[in-house]
Ligand binder design. Sequence first.
Ligand code: GDP
Length: 392
Amino acid sequence: MKLAMIGFGQAGGKIVDKFLEYDQRTNSGIVRSAVAVNTAKADLLGLEQIPEEHRVLIGQARVKGHGVGADNELGAEIAEEDIDEIQGAIDNIPVHEIDAFLVVSGLGGGTGSGGSPVISKHLKRIYTEPVYGLGVLPGGDEGGIYTLNAARSFQTFVREVDNLLVFDNDSWRKTGESVQGGYDHINEEIVRRFGVLFGAGEVGAGDNVAESVVDSSEIINTLAGGGVSTVGYASEDVELSGSSGGLLSRFKGDEGGSDMDTANTTNRITSLVRKAALGRLTLPCEIEGAERALLVMAGPSQHLNRKGIERGRKWLEEQTGSMEVRGGDYPTNEPRVAAAVLLSGIHNVPRIKELQQIAIEAQDNIDDIRQQSEDNLEQLVEDDEDELDPLF
Ligand code: GDP
């Protein structure tokens, strides 16, 4: 499907930048337009793919291009005040050519955390296209204020979008990596997962159309109904047949596929579906109780078959307890078969409860310190016997 992506804040801009790179590399055609919005000038300058005229610096009068310093209330205020400037960039998007908006941000900071719910609300009021959010939760080691920001932004963002797709940095951290290197790797993972998912609805007329291609309306219907979503992914390398006597072509019979091949293809698909759904999700959760699901099987069409997808889909029905499980294929020319599983309307998410608990503790702690601050300062500044007088 074709998306207009709006990256809000540093993480949002960098992830949208990566989506553009992915789009160029794979020809997936999912990013119809990309806009970056920030209160920090340096972050906008650091982007590589988003065209300069699509980068919007807001809040100059308030923060002079230096960012909001993880103050998400200020981030939200500035987004509201400068909504016309953001709209100016959105006016360049050919909205009749897109299927949906995707607003991307890290929820732990200030600009994206505060601004992305504001822009989503605005877009929903003006356009009829669905507005989806892609919200990134902070790592557990980032500290209380980031957790508090994320918990508050999460509540607001879910309310303002048609569906909030969540990625949890905490479950994707690798130890021993620099923060920057870590984010590069994490951003690749984000883009691969959501790229396969959204790319599925974008199979062109000239492409190798398979038996049951996923249409963008199936992605939209899976996300319809709102709430929170997570994505699972698993892949296995395969050889492209026809590539001068690869292993597969040697095994293949004259008709281009033996029973053995068919069985292998089916088994590979069903095991990838299980790995995707039971492995590391973008937001870890209990998959039982998910309201809707979509299975996308991507890969060379000779490695995809209806039977495998049907079995995978049935298995997802059993695991989620939902009757609304869609599935189909997404033919690509990559030497890899991949399963992407979108679980929408998830409810049993211990990570969110944990985040909220830590956020409440952080909030209480901040309130206590603020209340004591005046007394503490007075104790420090005033001399014990009150013998000194200030100058004026
Ligand atoms: P903002 O510019 O004020 O919106 O804040 P940032 O985007 O810099 O940071 C917000 C949160 O996003 C941080 O607390 C991190 O958890 C996360 N974050 C920052 N940069 C990246 C990134 O490149 N990738 C990912 N996945 N997360 C990031």
